[in-house]
Design a binder for this molecule. Structure first.
Ligand SMILES: Nc1ncnc2c1ncn2[C@@H]1O[C@H](COP(=O)(O)OP(=O)(O)OP(=O)(O)O)[C@@H](O)[C@H]1O
Length: 252
């Protein structure tokens, strides 16, 4: 079980609840999180990363919780890697230094972090840009640095918030290959608005809409919600429309 939300409630400051008594246990393997803008996907991932704390309820990875005391929380964070939607570029650092720094923060020794940083950058085809300043890389390349940061400490759960946004088609393929190359013991929960190749890349789909789970199940079951008349390339789009109950587009 990678991550479980038990009766979890969360609101930003004094605003209305983004999620309210949510029960959601993610399955093992590669899960894609879909939903309209503002549905709560980033909030769920940030709660799962322990970057946000629930107002009520718990978020668990195996026996550790995000609401635990310091030592247990550190154990939780070692097992769970998070790539937020907005990558923080550390001024002056090269790609390798930034990725190594992320690994060191997660408990790797300096030497180990430095060695593994290069390997993680190679996984996202940035090995040849390792010594360049992150600030000089393009938006899509910076997102790949973010993916490398999530990969560097070999966590058991990867939480990736729109990792392919801004990547060109070839880099999306490289990214999907990097996902496919992860050991089966590593679970991935990834949010995206990109539904191409759903069946080839992911095992499970979770559709979130207004903070509730509109669908959870294998990709094939998700595609089963498509209009039978939908052509193969439009099935995911059609299933999404059925499950979110409207005429909205992916980005509405
Ligand atoms: N820092 C914040 N302060 C106040 N409200 C926020 C904050 N971040 C998100 N929200 C609100 O919480 C709700 C869920 O937002 P969230 O970013 O989790 O959605 P999302 O599904 O990731 O959207 P997108 O697809 O656009 O990234 C939205 O109503 C949003 O306006």
């Amino acid at each position: 079980m990678p991550i479980a939300f038990d009766r979890c409630t969360f609101a930003y400051r004094r605003r209305r609840y983004v999620i309210d008594r949510l029960n959601l246990t993610f399955s093992t393997g590669r899960t894609v999180l879909l939903g309209p803008n503002g549905a709560g996907k980033s909030t769920l991932l940030a709660l799962a990363a322990s970057a946000l704390r629930p107002g009520a309820g718990t978020v668990r990875h195996e026996s550790t919780r995000t609401t635990a005391k310091r030592a247990q929380l550190a154990a939780y964070r070692r097992n769970v890697a998070w790539m937020p939607q907005e990558l923080s570029v550390v001024p002056g650092l090269t790609a390798r230094e930034q990725v190594a720094y992320a690994g060191w923060l997660k408990g790797l020794s300096r030497r180990e972090a430095w060695e593994r940083a290069l390997g993680a950058l190679r996984q996202v085809e940035l090995g040849n840009r390792a010594d360049e300043k992150v600030s000089s890389l393009s938006g899509g390349q910076q997102r790949r640095v973010g993916v490398a940061q999530a990969l560097v400490h070999e966590a058991r759960v990867l939480l990736l918030d729109e990792p392919t946004a801004g990547m060109d088609p070839r880099q999306r393929t490289v990214f999907h290959e990097a996902l496919a190359g992860l050991p089966p013991s590593v679970h991935v929960i990834l949010s995206t608005h990109d539904t191409a190749d759903l069946e080839a890349v992911y095992d499970q789909v979770v559709v979130v809409d207004e903070g509730r789970v509109a669908f959870q199940g294998p990709v094939r079951a998700f595609l089963g919600h498509a209009d039978p008349a939908a052509v193969p390339g439009r099935k995911a789009d059609s299933a999404y429309h059925t499950l979110t109950g409207g005429n909205r587009t992916w980005d509405s």
